[in-house]
Ligand binder design. Structure first.
Ligand SMILES: Cc1cc2nc3c(=O)[nH]c(=O)nc-3n(C[C@H](O)[C@H](O)[C@H](O)COP(=O)(O)OP(=O)(O)OC[C@H]3O[C@@H](n4cnc5c(N)ncnc54)[C@H](O)[C@@H]3O)c2cc1C
Length: 416
Protein backbone atom coordinates (compact mmCIF):
# COMPACT_ATOMS: atom_id res chain seq x y z
CA UNK A 1 0.00 0.00 0.00
CA UNK A 2 1.23 3.51 -0.78
CA UNK A 3 -0.08 6.09 1.68
CA UNK A 4 -1.54 9.08 -0.16
CA UNK A 5 -3.34 12.25 0.86
CA UNK A 6 -4.22 15.75 -0.30
CA UNK A 7 -1.98 17.75 1.98
CA UNK A 8 0.92 17.03 4.30
CA UNK A 9 1.55 19.56 7.08
CA UNK A 10 5.06 19.52 8.54
CA UNK A 11 5.20 21.03 12.03
CA UNK A 12 3.03 21.09 15.14
CA UNK A 13 3.78 24.52 16.58
CA UNK A 14 1.29 27.41 16.41
CA UNK A 15 1.47 27.61 12.60
CA UNK A 16 1.33 23.91 11.78
CA UNK A 17 -1.47 23.22 14.25
CA UNK A 18 -3.55 26.18 13.05
CA UNK A 19 -3.04 25.29 9.38
CA UNK A 20 -3.92 21.63 10.00
CA UNK A 21 -7.03 22.67 11.97
CA UNK A 22 -8.30 24.77 9.05
CA UNK A 23 -7.37 22.22 6.39
CA UNK A 24 -9.05 19.44 8.38
CA UNK A 25 -12.23 21.49 8.47
CA UNK A 26 -12.20 21.79 4.66
CA UNK A 27 -12.78 18.08 4.33
CA UNK A 28 -9.37 17.43 2.81
CA UNK A 29 -7.39 14.34 3.52
CA UNK A 30 -4.65 15.79 5.69
CA UNK A 31 -1.61 14.13 7.26
CA UNK A 32 0.10 16.30 9.88
CA UNK A 33 3.52 15.50 11.34
CA UNK A 34 5.57 16.95 14.17
CA UNK A 35 5.85 17.02 17.94
CA UNK A 36 3.22 19.21 19.53
CA UNK A 37 4.73 22.55 20.66
CA UNK A 38 8.18 20.94 20.85
CA UNK A 39 10.09 24.19 20.29
CA UNK A 40 8.26 25.90 23.15
CA UNK A 41 8.64 22.88 25.38
CA UNK A 42 12.29 22.08 24.74
CA UNK A 43 14.01 25.13 23.28
CA UNK A 44 13.01 27.86 25.72
CA UNK A 45 14.07 28.10 29.37
CA UNK A 46 11.77 26.93 32.14
CA UNK A 47 10.09 29.86 33.84
CA UNK A 48 9.98 32.03 30.72
CA UNK A 49 6.81 33.92 29.79
CA UNK A 50 5.37 34.93 26.45
CA UNK A 51 6.15 38.44 25.32
CA UNK A 52 3.03 38.59 23.18
CA UNK A 53 -0.19 39.84 24.76
CA UNK A 54 -3.17 37.56 25.41
CA UNK A 55 -5.10 38.29 22.19
CA UNK A 56 -1.98 37.74 20.08
CA UNK A 57 -1.18 34.36 21.65
CA UNK A 58 -4.17 32.39 20.39
CA UNK A 59 -4.00 29.43 18.05
CA UNK A 60 -6.56 29.41 15.26
CA UNK A 61 -9.29 27.02 14.23
CA UNK A 62 -12.43 27.77 12.20
CA UNK A 63 -14.79 29.79 14.39
CA UNK A 64 -11.88 30.68 16.69
CA UNK A 65 -13.45 28.72 19.50
CA UNK A 66 -10.34 27.00 20.86
CA UNK A 67 -8.95 30.08 22.61
CA UNK A 68 -6.92 30.31 25.80
CA UNK A 69 -10.12 31.40 27.56
CA UNK A 70 -11.84 28.23 26.33
CA UNK A 71 -8.84 26.20 27.54
CA UNK A 72 -9.17 27.75 31.00
CA UNK A 73 -12.90 27.08 31.10
CA UNK A 74 -12.54 23.49 29.90
CA UNK A 75 -9.61 22.46 32.06
CA UNK A 76 -9.94 24.66 35.15
CA UNK A 77 -6.29 25.73 34.62
CA UNK A 78 -5.77 29.41 35.33
CA UNK A 79 -3.41 31.16 32.94
CA UNK A 80 -1.68 34.24 34.37
CA UNK A 81 -0.49 37.28 32.41
CA UNK A 82 2.15 37.41 31.01
CA UNK A 83 1.43 33.86 29.89
CA UNK A 84 3.94 31.30 31.29
CA UNK A 85 5.39 29.12 28.54
CA UNK A 86 4.49 26.00 30.52
CA UNK A 87 0.80 26.95 30.32
CA UNK A 88 1.10 27.90 26.66
CA UNK A 89 2.47 24.45 25.87
CA UNK A 90 -0.45 22.87 27.76
CA UNK A 91 -2.84 25.07 25.80
CA UNK A 92 -1.19 23.97 22.53
CA UNK A 93 -1.58 20.30 23.47
CA UNK A 94 -5.23 20.82 24.39
CA UNK A 95 -5.79 22.64 21.07
CA UNK A 96 -4.12 19.81 19.17
CA UNK A 97 -6.24 17.13 20.85
CA UNK A 98 -9.41 18.96 19.80
CA UNK A 99 -8.56 20.46 16.41
CA UNK A 100 -5.82 18.18 15.04
CA UNK A 101 -6.47 14.74 16.54
CA UNK A 102 -4.96 13.28 13.36
CA UNK A 103 -1.51 14.71 14.20
CA UNK A 104 1.21 12.08 14.04
CA UNK A 105 4.15 12.77 16.36
CA UNK A 106 6.63 11.65 13.75
CA UNK A 107 9.57 13.26 12.01
CA UNK A 108 9.72 14.05 8.30
CA UNK A 109 13.13 13.18 6.89
CA UNK A 110 12.86 14.05 3.18
CA UNK A 111 10.51 15.88 0.83
CA UNK A 112 10.96 15.53 -2.90
CA UNK A 113 8.99 16.49 -5.98
CA UNK A 114 7.39 13.84 -8.12
CA UNK A 115 5.58 14.06 -11.43
CA UNK A 116 2.16 14.38 -9.78
CA UNK A 117 2.92 15.84 -6.39
CA UNK A 118 5.34 15.25 -3.56
CA UNK A 119 7.01 12.30 -1.94
CA UNK A 120 7.32 12.76 1.82
CA UNK A 121 9.57 10.26 3.61
CA UNK A 122 9.25 9.82 7.36
CA UNK A 123 12.19 9.03 9.61
CA UNK A 124 10.65 5.66 10.46
CA UNK A 125 10.62 4.63 6.81
CA UNK A 126 7.02 5.28 5.72
CA UNK A 127 6.55 7.19 2.47
CA UNK A 128 3.52 9.43 1.91
CA UNK A 129 2.51 10.82 -1.47
CA UNK A 130 0.53 14.06 -1.58
CA UNK A 131 -0.55 16.94 -3.80
CA UNK A 132 0.61 19.71 -1.48
CA UNK A 133 3.01 20.23 1.38
CA UNK A 134 2.65 22.97 4.00
CA UNK A 135 5.90 23.54 5.85
CA UNK A 136 5.64 25.04 9.33
CA UNK A 137 8.95 23.76 10.63
CA UNK A 138 9.79 26.73 12.86
CA UNK A 139 13.08 28.49 13.50
CA UNK A 140 15.11 25.96 15.48
CA UNK A 141 17.56 25.21 12.60
CA UNK A 142 18.20 28.93 12.10
CA UNK A 143 19.87 29.70 15.46
CA UNK A 144 22.72 32.18 14.98
CA UNK A 145 26.11 31.30 16.52
CA UNK A 146 28.43 34.32 16.18
CA UNK A 147 31.78 33.36 14.62
CA UNK A 148 33.72 34.20 17.81
CA UNK A 149 32.07 31.22 19.54
CA UNK A 150 32.14 28.64 16.75
CA UNK A 151 34.14 25.60 17.84
CA UNK A 152 33.75 26.10 21.59
CA UNK A 153 32.32 23.07 23.39
CA UNK A 154 28.64 23.29 24.33
CA UNK A 155 29.51 23.15 28.07
CA UNK A 156 31.30 26.48 27.64
CA UNK A 157 29.14 28.30 25.11
CA UNK A 158 25.59 27.50 24.01
CA UNK A 159 22.77 29.13 22.10
CA UNK A 160 19.77 30.11 24.20
CA UNK A 161 17.66 27.56 22.30
CA UNK A 162 19.83 24.77 23.75
CA UNK A 163 19.23 25.60 27.40
CA UNK A 164 16.01 24.65 29.12
CA UNK A 165 17.18 24.37 32.72
CA UNK A 166 19.00 27.56 33.72
CA UNK A 167 19.13 26.43 37.39
CA UNK A 168 22.16 24.31 36.41
CA UNK A 169 24.16 27.58 36.36
CA UNK A 170 23.55 28.38 40.05
CA UNK A 171 26.74 29.84 41.55
CA UNK A 172 28.52 29.99 38.17
CA UNK A 173 29.67 33.03 36.24
CA UNK A 174 27.63 33.36 33.06
CA UNK A 175 27.75 36.04 30.36
CA UNK A 176 24.56 36.45 28.33
CA UNK A 177 25.10 37.93 24.88
CA UNK A 178 22.23 39.83 23.25
CA UNK A 179 19.79 42.67 23.78
CA UNK A 180 16.42 41.13 22.89
CA UNK A 181 13.66 39.68 25.04
CA UNK A 182 15.30 36.25 25.09
CA UNK A 183 18.62 37.66 26.36
CA UNK A 184 16.97 39.93 28.91
CA UNK A 185 14.65 37.27 30.28
CA UNK A 186 17.42 34.64 30.35
CA UNK A 187 19.56 37.09 32.36
CA UNK A 188 16.67 37.69 34.79
CA UNK A 189 16.04 33.96 35.20
CA UNK A 190 19.76 33.25 35.73
CA UNK A 191 19.92 35.97 38.37
CA UNK A 192 16.87 34.50 40.09
CA UNK A 193 18.63 31.09 40.02
CA UNK A 194 21.58 32.66 41.90
CA UNK A 195 23.95 32.57 38.95
CA UNK A 196 26.56 35.33 38.75
CA UNK A 197 25.26 36.82 35.50
CA UNK A 198 26.35 39.66 33.27
CA UNK A 199 24.34 40.82 30.28
CA UNK A 200 26.42 42.08 27.36
CA UNK A 201 24.61 44.17 24.76
CA UNK A 202 26.43 45.20 21.58
CA UNK A 203 24.13 48.16 20.89
CA UNK A 204 24.52 51.39 22.82
CA UNK A 205 21.26 50.89 24.73
CA UNK A 206 18.58 48.33 25.47
CA UNK A 207 15.32 49.12 23.69
CA UNK A 208 12.06 48.63 25.55
CA UNK A 209 8.45 48.26 24.53
CA UNK A 210 5.30 48.29 26.68
CA UNK A 211 6.97 50.69 29.14
CA UNK A 212 3.63 52.52 29.39
CA UNK A 213 1.10 49.67 29.18
CA UNK A 214 -1.86 52.08 29.08
CA UNK A 215 -0.68 53.29 25.64
CA UNK A 216 -1.45 49.77 24.40
CA UNK A 217 -4.49 48.93 26.49
CA UNK A 218 -6.43 52.18 27.13
CA UNK A 219 -9.08 51.83 24.44
CA UNK A 220 -9.47 55.20 22.76
CA UNK A 221 -5.72 55.69 22.48
CA UNK A 222 -4.45 52.11 22.33
CA UNK A 223 -6.59 51.11 19.35
CA UNK A 224 -5.42 54.13 17.35
CA UNK A 225 -1.74 53.47 18.04
CA UNK A 226 -1.59 49.68 17.91
CA UNK A 227 -3.51 46.95 16.08
CA UNK A 228 -4.53 43.87 18.09
CA UNK A 229 -1.41 41.72 17.42
CA UNK A 230 0.70 44.60 18.75
CA UNK A 231 3.62 43.83 16.44
CA UNK A 232 5.65 46.86 15.37
CA UNK A 233 5.83 50.51 16.37
CA UNK A 234 2.78 52.77 16.81
CA UNK A 235 0.73 53.19 13.60
CA UNK A 236 3.01 50.85 11.59
CA UNK A 237 1.45 48.10 13.70
CA UNK A 238 -1.82 48.53 11.73
CA UNK A 239 -0.16 47.75 8.40
CA UNK A 240 1.73 44.82 9.93
CA UNK A 241 -1.59 43.37 11.16
CA UNK A 242 -2.90 43.29 7.57
CA UNK A 243 -0.43 41.11 5.65
CA UNK A 244 -2.23 41.41 2.31
CA UNK A 245 -2.02 45.20 2.58
CA UNK A 246 1.58 45.02 3.78
CA UNK A 247 2.49 42.97 0.71
CA UNK A 248 1.35 45.80 -1.54
CA UNK A 249 3.66 48.42 0.00
CA UNK A 250 6.83 49.35 -1.89
CA UNK A 251 9.62 46.90 -1.08
CA UNK A 252 11.76 49.63 0.53
CA UNK A 253 8.91 50.46 2.94
CA UNK A 254 8.30 46.78 3.71
CA UNK A 255 11.99 46.28 4.47
CA UNK A 256 12.25 49.34 6.67
CA UNK A 257 9.08 48.53 8.65
CA UNK A 258 10.13 44.89 8.99
CA UNK A 259 13.43 45.90 10.60
CA UNK A 260 11.64 48.32 12.94
CA UNK A 261 9.04 45.72 13.87
CA UNK A 262 11.32 42.87 14.79
CA UNK A 263 14.32 44.69 16.18
CA UNK A 264 15.67 43.41 19.49
CA UNK A 265 13.83 44.84 22.48
CA UNK A 266 12.48 43.86 25.86
CA UNK A 267 8.96 44.08 27.28
CA UNK A 268 8.54 46.59 30.12
CA UNK A 269 7.45 44.00 32.73
CA UNK A 270 11.00 42.57 32.70
CA UNK A 271 12.67 45.80 33.82
CA UNK A 272 12.25 45.41 37.61
CA UNK A 273 13.62 41.86 37.43
CA UNK A 274 16.86 43.18 35.87
CA UNK A 275 17.48 45.89 38.47
CA UNK A 276 20.28 43.91 40.15
CA UNK A 277 21.75 42.35 37.00
CA UNK A 278 25.09 43.66 35.71
CA UNK A 279 24.48 45.02 32.25
CA UNK A 280 27.04 46.42 29.78
CA UNK A 281 25.94 48.20 26.63
CA UNK A 282 28.07 49.15 23.63
CA UNK A 283 30.31 46.20 24.38
CA UNK A 284 31.10 43.28 22.08
CA UNK A 285 33.09 40.07 22.41
CA UNK A 286 36.01 40.12 19.96
CA UNK A 287 37.22 36.59 20.62
CA UNK A 288 36.55 33.64 22.90
CA UNK A 289 38.86 30.75 23.74
CA UNK A 290 38.54 27.71 25.98
CA UNK A 291 40.80 27.84 29.06
CA UNK A 292 40.27 24.56 30.91
CA UNK A 293 36.73 24.59 32.30
CA UNK A 294 36.31 28.30 31.54
CA UNK A 295 36.13 30.66 28.55
CA UNK A 296 38.40 33.63 28.13
CA UNK A 297 36.63 36.58 26.51
CA UNK A 298 38.42 39.50 24.85
CA UNK A 299 36.15 42.52 24.71
CA UNK A 300 35.87 45.55 22.46
CA UNK A 301 36.88 47.91 25.31
CA UNK A 302 40.29 46.17 25.51
CA UNK A 303 39.50 44.20 28.65
CA UNK A 304 39.46 40.43 29.02
CA UNK A 305 38.24 37.97 31.60
CA UNK A 306 37.30 34.39 32.40
CA UNK A 307 33.72 33.14 32.70
CA UNK A 308 32.20 29.70 33.25
CA UNK A 309 29.68 29.90 30.41
CA UNK A 310 28.55 32.10 27.55
CA UNK A 311 24.84 32.01 26.72
CA UNK A 312 24.25 33.29 23.20
CA UNK A 313 20.79 34.83 22.93
CA UNK A 314 21.81 35.91 19.47
CA UNK A 315 18.60 35.19 17.62
CA UNK A 316 17.73 33.38 14.41
CA UNK A 317 18.44 34.02 10.75
CA UNK A 318 15.92 32.40 8.45
CA UNK A 319 17.42 30.25 5.71
CA UNK A 320 15.18 27.44 4.50
CA UNK A 321 18.18 25.69 2.98
CA UNK A 322 18.85 24.61 6.58
CA UNK A 323 15.65 22.54 6.66
CA UNK A 324 17.37 19.18 6.27
CA UNK A 325 14.20 17.54 4.98
CA UNK A 326 14.07 19.62 1.76
CA UNK A 327 15.65 17.69 -1.10
CA UNK A 328 18.32 19.45 -3.16
CA UNK A 329 16.07 19.28 -6.24
CA UNK A 330 13.34 21.19 -4.37
CA UNK A 331 15.78 23.76 -3.05
CA UNK A 332 17.18 24.42 -6.50
CA UNK A 333 13.65 25.14 -7.78
CA UNK A 334 12.85 27.54 -4.92
CA UNK A 335 13.16 31.26 -5.53
CA UNK A 336 14.84 32.61 -2.41
CA UNK A 337 15.88 36.02 -1.17
CA UNK A 338 18.40 35.90 1.65
CA UNK A 339 17.20 32.40 2.58
CA UNK A 340 13.47 33.30 2.54
CA UNK A 341 11.23 31.78 -0.13
CA UNK A 342 9.32 34.24 -2.29
CA UNK A 343 5.69 33.38 -1.67
CA UNK A 344 2.61 34.12 -3.70
CA UNK A 345 -1.06 33.86 -2.84
CA UNK A 346 -1.81 31.33 -0.14
CA UNK A 347 1.85 31.26 0.99
CA UNK A 348 2.72 29.18 -2.07
CA UNK A 349 6.37 29.16 -3.13
CA UNK A 350 7.85 29.05 -6.63
CA UNK A 351 7.44 25.28 -6.39
CA UNK A 352 3.70 24.91 -6.98
CA UNK A 353 1.99 23.07 -4.16
CA UNK A 354 4.76 23.83 -1.66
CA UNK A 355 3.78 26.36 1.02
CA UNK A 356 5.84 27.92 3.82
CA UNK A 357 4.36 29.34 7.03
CA UNK A 358 5.85 31.13 10.01
CA UNK A 359 9.20 32.92 10.00
CA UNK A 360 10.17 31.90 6.40
CA UNK A 361 7.10 33.87 5.24
CA UNK A 362 8.33 37.15 6.76
CA UNK A 363 9.90 38.40 3.54
CA UNK A 364 6.65 38.01 1.60
CA UNK A 365 3.97 38.57 4.27
CA UNK A 366 5.70 40.84 6.76
CA UNK A 367 6.83 40.70 10.39
CA UNK A 368 3.52 39.37 11.75
CA UNK A 369 4.67 35.96 10.54
CA UNK A 370 7.40 35.90 13.18
CA UNK A 371 4.73 35.73 15.87
CA UNK A 372 1.91 33.45 16.97
CA UNK A 373 -0.54 36.20 16.00
CA UNK A 374 0.14 35.56 12.30
CA UNK A 375 -1.01 31.93 12.49
CA UNK A 376 -4.70 32.78 12.08
CA UNK A 377 -4.16 34.73 8.85
CA UNK A 378 -1.70 32.18 7.44
CA UNK A 379 -3.90 29.18 8.21
CA UNK A 380 -6.97 30.81 6.65
CA UNK A 381 -5.08 31.85 3.52
CA UNK A 382 -3.60 28.41 2.95
CA UNK A 383 -6.94 26.69 3.50
CA UNK A 384 -8.74 29.17 1.22
CA UNK A 385 -6.19 28.77 -1.56
CA UNK A 386 -6.21 25.00 -1.39
CA UNK A 387 -10.01 24.74 -1.37
CA UNK A 388 -10.58 27.39 -4.05
CA UNK A 389 -8.15 25.61 -6.34
CA UNK A 390 -10.18 22.45 -5.78
CA UNK A 391 -13.46 24.23 -6.47
CA UNK A 392 -12.11 25.76 -9.67
CA UNK A 393 -10.73 22.59 -11.12
CA UNK A 394 -12.92 20.10 -9.33
CA UNK A 395 -11.30 16.78 -8.72
CA UNK A 396 -8.99 17.13 -11.70
CA UNK A 397 -5.54 16.01 -10.72
CA UNK A 398 -3.22 18.97 -10.89
CA UNK A 399 0.33 18.82 -12.02
CA UNK A 400 2.37 20.54 -9.33
CA UNK A 401 4.91 21.84 -11.80
CA UNK A 402 2.37 24.29 -13.25
CA UNK A 403 2.12 27.90 -12.10
CA UNK A 404 0.66 28.27 -8.56
CA UNK A 405 -2.53 29.99 -9.74
CA UNK A 406 -3.42 27.14 -12.05
CA UNK A 407 -2.71 24.36 -9.62
CA UNK A 408 -5.54 22.54 -7.95
CA UNK A 409 -5.31 20.73 -4.68
CA UNK A 410 -6.26 17.22 -5.40
CA UNK A 411 -7.50 14.33 -3.44
CA UNK A 412 -5.78 11.08 -4.19
CA UNK A 413 -7.46 8.08 -2.78
CA UNK A 414 -5.68 5.15 -1.18
CA UNK A 415 -4.07 3.13 -3.92
CA UNK A 416 -2.76 -0.36 -3.82
C1 LIG B 1 12.72 32.66 23.26
C2 LIG B 1 11.59 32.93 22.32
C3 LIG B 1 10.42 33.49 22.79
C4 LIG B 1 9.36 33.74 21.93
N1 LIG B 1 8.24 34.31 22.44
C5 LIG B 1 7.21 34.59 21.60
C6 LIG B 1 6.01 35.16 22.11
O1 LIG B 1 5.89 35.46 23.29
N2 LIG B 1 5.00 35.37 21.24
C7 LIG B 1 5.09 35.08 19.91
O2 LIG B 1 4.14 35.32 19.18
N3 LIG B 1 6.20 34.53 19.40
C8 LIG B 1 7.26 34.28 20.22
N4 LIG B 1 8.41 33.72 19.71
C9 LIG B 1 8.46 33.37 18.30
C10 LIG B 1 7.94 31.94 18.15
O3 LIG B 1 9.01 31.06 18.04
C11 LIG B 1 7.06 31.83 16.99
O4 LIG B 1 6.01 32.74 17.07
C12 LIG B 1 6.36 30.45 16.87
O5 LIG B 1 7.04 29.41 17.52
C13 LIG B 1 6.24 30.11 15.45
O6 LIG B 1 5.53 28.93 15.38
P1 LIG B 1 5.85 27.84 14.28
O7 LIG B 1 4.67 26.95 14.27
O8 LIG B 1 6.25 28.51 13.03
O9 LIG B 1 7.16 27.10 14.78
P2 LIG B 1 7.50 26.22 16.07
O10 LIG B 1 6.68 26.59 17.23
O11 LIG B 1 8.98 26.31 16.22
O12 LIG B 1 7.12 24.75 15.63
C14 LIG B 1 7.89 24.01 14.71
C15 LIG B 1 7.30 22.64 14.61
O13 LIG B 1 7.91 21.95 13.53
C16 LIG B 1 8.17 20.63 13.92
N5 LIG B 1 9.22 20.09 13.06
C17 LIG B 1 10.42 20.63 12.79
N6 LIG B 1 11.10 19.82 11.96
C18 LIG B 1 10.31 18.76 11.70
C19 LIG B 1 10.44 17.57 10.91
N7 LIG B 1 11.55 17.30 10.22
N8 LIG B 1 9.41 16.69 10.90
C20 LIG B 1 8.28 16.94 11.59
N9 LIG B 1 8.09 18.05 12.33
C21 LIG B 1 9.10 18.93 12.39
C22 LIG B 1 8.53 20.73 15.39
O14 LIG B 1 8.37 19.48 16.06
C23 LIG B 1 7.49 21.75 15.85
O15 LIG B 1 6.30 21.10 16.15
C24 LIG B 1 9.48 33.44 20.56
C25 LIG B 1 10.66 32.87 20.08
C26 LIG B 1 11.70 32.61 20.94
C27 LIG B 1 12.96 32.02 20.39
Amino acid sequence: MKATCDVVVVGAGPYGLSAAAHLNACGLKVRAFGETMSFWDRNMPEGMCLRSPWEASQLSNPGRRLTIDAFQAATGEQVSRPIPIKRFVEYGRWFQAHAVPNLEQRKVSAIEREAAGFRVALADGEVVRCGRVVIAGGIAPFAVIPPQFVGLPRELASHSSEQRDLAQFRGRKVVVIGGGQSALESAALLHECQADVELMVREGAVHWTWQQPWLHTFRPIGVVLYAWPDVGPAFISHAVARPNLYRMLPRSVQDSWRIKSIRANGVGWLKPRLRDVNMSTGLAVLSAAARGSQVELKLSDGSHGLVDHVLMATGYHVDVRKYEFLAASLLSALRLIDGCPILGRGFESSVPGLHFLGAPAVYSYGPLMRFVAGADFAAREVAATVTSARRTLGQQIAHPLRKPSTVAAHRISEEA
